[in-house]
Structures are given as C-alpha cells and as structure tokens.
Design a protein around this ligand. Sequence first.
Ligand code: CP
Length: 315
Amino acid sequence: MKHFISLNDLPNFEQTLALAKQLKANPYAHETAGKRKTLGLLFFNPSLRTRLSTQKAAQNLGFNTIVMNFSNEAWALEFEDGTEMRGIRSEHVREAAAVVSQYCDMVAIRAFASLNNKEQDEAEIVLNSFAKYASIPVINMESATGHPLQSLADALTLEEHATPHRPKVVLSWAPHPKALPHAVGNSFTQMMQLRDADYVIANPEGYELDPKITKNIPIVHNQEEALAGADFIYAKNWCSYSQYGEVLRTDAEWMLTLEKMALTNNAKFMHCLPIRRNIVAADVVLDGPNSLVIEQANNRTFAAQAVLKTLLDHA
Ligand code: CP
C-alpha cells in the first residue's frame, strides 16, 4: 500500500477493521512502530476531529507530528504544469511535495472540494499532486470526493453495535444552509458496499450522489419509507451532484426528529460531526440514548491508527 487515498487502497479492509478494534482495546500495543518517524499533517481546510484524532493516532504509535494550516501559513501553491508563475501562487506543488518529503516520513492532507467545478474536484488535484510528487506515503484526511478515515471509523462503530440480524442501514440526506461536499456520503457508501447489510440511501430528488459511487444501491426519495425498520440512521447533508454545488432546498422536511426516529427499529443515530443542531437533527435525537456521534468521533483515533500501522507494515 503506497498511499491511503481511498478504502480501496487497503490491502484487506477486514484486517484493517480488525486492527482498529485491537488498537482500541490496546492503543499502545505498537507504541514504538513509528519511533523516529514524523507524520506531517497539512490542512487546506478547518478540522477538529481529524486534526486531533490523527495526531493522537500517530502519537500512540510513537510518531512525531508536524501540523501546518497550509491555506493561511504556507506559500500559495501552483498545481498547473508548464505555467509562468506570475500570479499570487508562489510555490509549485512539485517542490512543495518534494520538500515536505525531506522532513516527514508520511504526509496526511485535508483538501475539500471547491464545489465550483465538478471535473476539477473529481480530479483530486491537491491530493493526487502530492501523491505524484512526494516520495512518501500520502494519507487522505478528507478530499474533494472522499473521507475514508471517517468511513473506517464508522465501520468500527457499526461493528460495535452489531445487531443479531442483518442490519438495515440508511444514509439519509438532511438539510443544511450551506453547500456541503459529497465526501462523507461517498466514503460511507463505499464502505457499506463492503459490509453485509441492507443499505439504502434516502435523499430528495435532485440530491442523488455520484452514480459511479452509488452503483446499484437502492435510492429512495421518501424519507419515511426509507426509515421504516432501520437499525442505523446516518444523517448527512450534501449539495446537489447533478446541479453541481447547488443547494436546492433548505426547508426542515428532511430533518431527523424524534417522530422520524420512531419509524425505525429503535435505530442508532450516526453523524460524522460537526452537525448543525435543529437543522440536520433535533436536539432530542442528538442528545438521546441512541446517538452514536461521540463514539464515532472517538473511533476516528483507532481508524487512523490502523491506517498508519498498515502503511508502516506495507511500506
Ligand atoms: N468528521 C470530521 O472529519 O470532523 P472534522 O471536520 O472536525 O475533522
């Protein structure tokens, strides 16, 4: 495994999930595996969970960590090749990635979608440029189209709350005032395609995710129909994919309320956080006994630790 850009890069998803579970039980089992190694964490966008959990994961393995807010602390990067760099971009990613590789043994990168240009976002220019020009492994800490560290943590959370029967898991679109990327919905869907579950996506018309990702997963436009009998509800907003980047509606009809949760099979409630209270989900749902959101955040550490350990083992 050269890089961790998506779940598909893992040599064996089940083994990495099992490793995450082992590391949660014994976080210091491999506390010298990363000794004298440095993980660089470069943030082009804000973060709470990813920034802290990935550093904690690295430190549990004995790594040193260097964190940089690239968007406002580094030279603005040029990604185009062959261009005359007369504008505000002072450094080319070719040098930047090569230089970071001198100081770090692995580099983790967060670079969200612009939501202005679908083709550019899908090209994953930031992540793929670093993967091309760095001489060290590159880890995706949420890119334009994927958030695999989140979905690995979500797989661990689902496993910890396994039902005695094949579970029904629903990814439900929920409202939000701003245009949000598809990364979490995409990676959760890619992860669920590896699980033995009845997986359904519920979204209003016009909010279908990328069909190259959803493939033959059932998509339901009636939220209440989708929620019926569900064991897990994963709420998430994303902007329109077909009308790329647009917010088509902001009304409360798709908010997750206690009344909606009553339609389920006493479902657990999941969300990657951060969440807009009483917009995406009602306070009573988030604060209720079935909410797993804090457990999901906790599991981010062990998911990241399992990925770092897997990269060390397959270097
Ligand atoms: N879920 C998640 O990635 O949270 P942050 O954006 O705070 O890192």
